[in-house]
Design a binder for this molecule. Structure first.
Ligand code: SAH
Length: 227
């Protein structure tokens, strides 16, 4: 049960996630230890539950972050290119950055400018986060994540994480995967399930339906002031 993993410090939370089997690898454990959740969750940062961050968005629960990271881990090599769609607080974007090397690259995309700004200021709270933004290891952008994201001169993503529930596993996201590459995406209206979709070396696509979840939906952007 989720509450079992809460802690009174970042280290305590992660220790409990590990002892409850929600974190299984040392790499994920060390990466989560290196990013203080208090920089991203406005209150009760070490409680194992989602929390509101404004703009009808939530930072996902620590056990969901752990699960997504464990799932994507085989694709998070030192030079990996990673896309975090619905980056919200920026927490997962930061842990993804910790899991790749200086030659890797993570783009966090959110369709609300206020949340892109929030993620940027959250990341700037640590020396490590400031360095990632400065070096370009992390880029935080505004855009509609349902279209994925393309950067000049670079082909595809090793890993794509989607942090909001999609109506479907958008074909364009699968197109933007490298061979091999993995997409982790909650799908469904009403009942939602995590889907883990792999593109193999030969370009074939394997889809696996995993467990039931509750995420905020991936939607059209709300109108901005003045629109
Ligand atoms: N991974 C984030 C989750 C934030 S909640 C975290 O743990 O902090 C989901 C996020 O998806 C919200 O920030 C919301 O603004 C964003 N979102 C919803 N629809 C979107 C879309 N079409 N494109 C990009 N971001 C979207």
């Amino acid at each position: 049960m989720a509450w079992l993993s809460s802690g009174s410090s970042n280290a305590g939370l992660i220790k409990n996630l590990a002892s409850n089997g929600l974190i299984t690898s040392e790499r994920v454990k060390n990466a989560m230890l290196s990013v203080d959740r208090a920089h991203y969750a406005p209150y009760a940062p070490y409680t194992d539950s989602p929390q509101t961050i404004g703009y009808s968005a939530t930072i996902s629960a620590p056990h969901m972050h752990a699960h997504a990271l464990e799932s994507l881990l085989p694709y998070l090599h030192p030079t990996a290119r990673v896309l975090d769609i619905g980056s919200g607080s920026g927490y997962l974007t930061a842990v993804l950055a910790a899991l790749i090397g200086p030659q890797g690259h993570v783009v966090g995309i959110d369709h609300i400018q206020g949340l892109v700004d929030l993620a940027t200021s959250n990341m700037q709270k640590s020396e490590q986060g400031r360095e990632w933004l400065k070096s370009g290891r992390v880029k935080l952008v505004k855009g509609d994540g349902r279209k994925g994201f393309k950067e000049d001169g670079v082909e595809g993503w090793d890993a794509i994480h989607v942090g909001a529930a999609a109506k479907e596993a958008h074909a364009v996201l699968i197109e933007q995967l490298r061979r091999p590459g993995r997409l982790f995406i909650p799908v469904g209206e009403g009942s939602q399930y995590i889907w883990v979709i792999d593109k193999k070396e030969d370009g074939s696509v394997v889809r696996e339906k995993s467990f039931g979840v509750r995420y905020v939906p991936l939607t059209d952007a709300p109108p901005e002031e003045g629109e």
